[in-house]
Design a protein around this ligand. Structure first.
Ligand code: BGC
Length: 422
């Protein structure tokens, strides 16, 4: 790498996880629901993935009900010291992880001391290892009691979420600088309230445009209240949310539709939180092509087919990240890429995938776009929501029985990219 691509000292080289996907043994709305719905998820997945090029390979997992239950997973809840040591070896200097709301507040208004001690230790060990904690407060899961209080669409949601955020900032995350309030709120709300094909199975799924709008309004209020609460306890904290942005394309009428979608739920969503975010958290995985026709005016945008797709069938398209970053320049806020990753069980594509996306970041920075960090998704193989355990996004694999970690070759590639940039 030449000198132009050297990152400033504060550029964060990260890896990301989410509590439900790696910790194991949760008790939240997902863990309850996935047990009740494993056979339905299995049925949906058997239809959805049968066309994938790797179908024969994934078939045994897709057809097994156990695949859909998060269970003990990677057991990161107990093995975090080992995982922190791995990050240190890989020169990863920032770790994005989520604090599980249902562990901290198992009953409304009652906070659990043991959970607090646990996450405090995670933070302490990270700081001791020279790794910057980047905390997510909500990553798709809710405490089981939230639904009885109206869920996201209930009028109490902003207050309930802000109370949790305030508690974390005051009692747990006193040494933490970076906070993500919500992970991909649009993905959550579309999946929960609009029955989306992205995740065709989701706890309490329904189709209600009215509730979707209520939830969206509540998410904005919840974020703003949490922002203020965190700043009250930690005035120097940097607070934002992680937004999953898809690069939409289309021509003619479809192009207009692509722009509208981007305005409403893509890059335009950040505008709704104007004044209540210190950075833009961006998650980038894919582009979608829109083809509206009179015979099918309401079809969902589709991902283009690709000769070399990921295990999930997703196209690799770093150019989409470049287009999005250019649009985000107008916000004049620091940008953190809080997720970007690929399901690649053979680890033949991941190294190149990371290098190509980081090239885009370098290019963007040369053009004056203030990108301050990159978090690969994910540190570990994990539970991929209603798809279950088979998609392998991790820099690090683990044995399903012994839980022993195995660092993949691509993780060393990532390490060499990090080292070359310093
Ligand atoms: C989510 C992760 C998920 C990843 C890959 C993101 O939308 O935040 O939880 O595992 O995509 O699908």
């Amino acid at each position: 790498m030449n000198n132009n691509t050297k990152k400033p000292a504060h550029f964060l080289w990260g890896a990301a996880t989410a509590a439900h996907q790696v910790e194991g043994n949760q008790h939240n709305d997902w863990s309850i629901w996935e047990i009740e719905n494993a056979s339905r998820m299995r049925e949906i997945a058997c239809k959805k993935y049968a066309d994938l090029k790797n179908w024969e390979e994934i078939k045994p997992a897709v057809e097994s009900e156990a695949n859909y239950i998060s269970g003990a997973g990677a057991d990161h809840f107990n093995r975090y010291p080992e995982d922190i040591a791995i990050m240190k070896r890989l020169k990863i200097d920032s770790f994005r992880f989520s604090i599980e709301w249902s562990r901290i507040e198992p009953r409304p208004g009652e906070f659990d001391e043991a959970a607090l001690v646990h996450y405090r230790d995670v933070i302490t060990q990270l700081l001791d290892a020279g790794i910057t904690p980047f905390i997510t407060l909500h990553h798709f899961t809710n405490p089981p009691w939230l639904e009885d209080h109206g869920g996201w669409h209930g009028s109490n949601f902003p207050h309930l979420f802000a109370r949790f955020a305030s508690y974390v900032a005051e009692n747990l995350a006193i040494d933490v600088q970076y906070f993500v309030t919500f992970n991909e709120p649009e993905s959550y709300m579309i999946s929960r309230y609009l029955d989306s094909p992205i995740w065709p199975a989701w706890p309490n799924q329904e189709r209600s445009l009215r509730r979707y709008h209520l939830a969206r309004r509540n998410f904005i209020r919840a974020h703003k209240l949490a922002y203020t609460a965190i700043k009250r306890h930690l005035p120097n904290a940097q607070v934002g949310f992680s937004h999953g942005v898809v690069w939409f394309e289309g021509s003619g009428l479809s192009g207009l539709c692509a722009r509208l979608l981007d305005h409403y739920s893509g890059t335009g969503l950040y505008r709704k939180l104007h004044g209540a975010q210190d950075f833009l958290g961006l998650q980038y995985y894919m582009r979608n092509i829109i083809r509206i026709s009179w015979s099918n005016p309401f079809s969902w945008p589709k991902m283009p087919t690709s000769d070399e797709p990921s295990d999930f069938g997703w196209e690799v398209y770093p150019e989409g990240l470049s287009h999005i970053l250019r649009k985000l320049k107008a916000y004049q806020l620091p940008i953190y890429i809080t997720e970007n990753g690929i399901a690649d069980s053979h680890d033949t594509m991941r190294g190149d995938f990371i290098a190509r996306h980081i090239e885009v970041v370098d290019e963007a920075r040369k053009n004056g776009i203030d990108v301050r960090g990159y978090f690969y998704w994910s540190l570990l193989d994990n539970y991929e929501w209603s798809t279950g355990h088979w998609p392998q996004f991790g820099l690090v694999a683990y044995d399903p029985v012994s839980k022993a970690r195995k660092i993949r070759q691509s993780a060393w590639t990532y390490k060499s990219i990090i080292q070359a940039s310093k």
